[in-house]
Design a protein around this ligand. Structure first.
Ligand code: ADP
Ligand code: MG
Length: 238
């Protein structure tokens, strides 16, 4: 399961309100993209959902249960960041296995889960390599593998491709879509890149200055933008 519901969610940093009251529903299995200019609140939204940042007011529910006060590890969520911190002295296998080692899972389970994740991510041939011997795209896949082995019902990605070059970004977009098709879980993907949003999303949430401007499919936003901001941002200025 991976249904998410935000009701009247706000976020203040000191006296600054960075997320205005937000209602949002994300259905199990959807690939949702949060898109908007730098500073509009995308990372803050994701961090509140992950539990890395307190919600100032409002309610966050996962599968119908209020989780405002649940720690990140109890939410069934895994987050992949832009700057993925791999352990340079550990090989790919142990980097992916890390969360399972922390949980003291039995060796047979570790092998099975790391093997399965490596296969999905096409890293089977790289399991004995160190991060320093991998390409940028392979390193990013290791970071995703580390999230997969925790079998989260919700995956959060915060601009995971922005440090990669354009060719690799294109390739990783396709791979992430394939991963979503295979895992069929809820994914929320944050980007400031309209092309990423348009090509990857089932649904797009357009954010601007801490508010949701519009929610819809890529085609809906393109053909029926509700205002000039969405029209300009999605690239159909008429
Ligand atoms: P985005 O990810 O869309 O670029 P962020 O969510 O990082 O935007 O930031 C939204 C707003 O909140 C920005 O104005 C940013 O300066 C502010 N902000 C983010 N984190 C903090 C923080 N820890 N303390 C104070 N202000 C913050
Ligand atoms: Mg951000």
């Amino acid at each position: 399961m991976g249904d998410l519901k935000l009701t009247g969610v706000t976020k203040d940093f000191g006296t600054a309100r960075v997320i205005h009251p937000t209602d949002l529903q994300i259905r199990d299995g959807e690939f949702t993209v949060f898109v908007g200019p730098s500073g509009c609140g995308k990372s803050t939204m994701l961090r509140m959902i992950a539990g890395l940042e307190d919600i100032t007011s409002g309610t966050l529910e996962i599968d119908g249960k209020k989780v405002n006060d649940l720690p990140p590890s109890k939410r069934g969520i895994a987050m992949v960041f832009q700057s993925y911190a791999l352990y340079p002295h550990l090989n790919v296998f142990e980097n992916i296995a890390f969360p399972l080692r922390v949980d003291r899972r039995p060796e047979a389970e570790v092998r099975q889960k790391v093997g399965a994740a490596a296969e999905v991510l096409k890293l089977t041939e790289r399991l004995q390599h160190k991060p320093g011997e991998l390409s940028g795209g392979q390193r990013q896949r290791v970071a995703i593998g580390r999230a997969i082995v925790r079998e989260p019902s919700v995956f959060l990605f915060d601009e995971p491709l922005s440090n990669l070059d354009a060719a690799l970004r294109g390739e990783m977009r396709v791979e992430l879509s394939r991963l979503h098709a295979k895992l069929a879980n809820t994914m929320i993907y944050v980007t400031h890149d309209q092309i990423e949003a348009m090509t990857m999303a089932d649904r797009i949430v357009v954010l601007n200055a801490g508010r949701v401007e519009q929610v819809g499919s890529p085609l809906e936003l393109f053909h029926r933008p509700v205002n000039r901001f969405v029209a300009g941002f999605i690239g159909n200025p008429n």
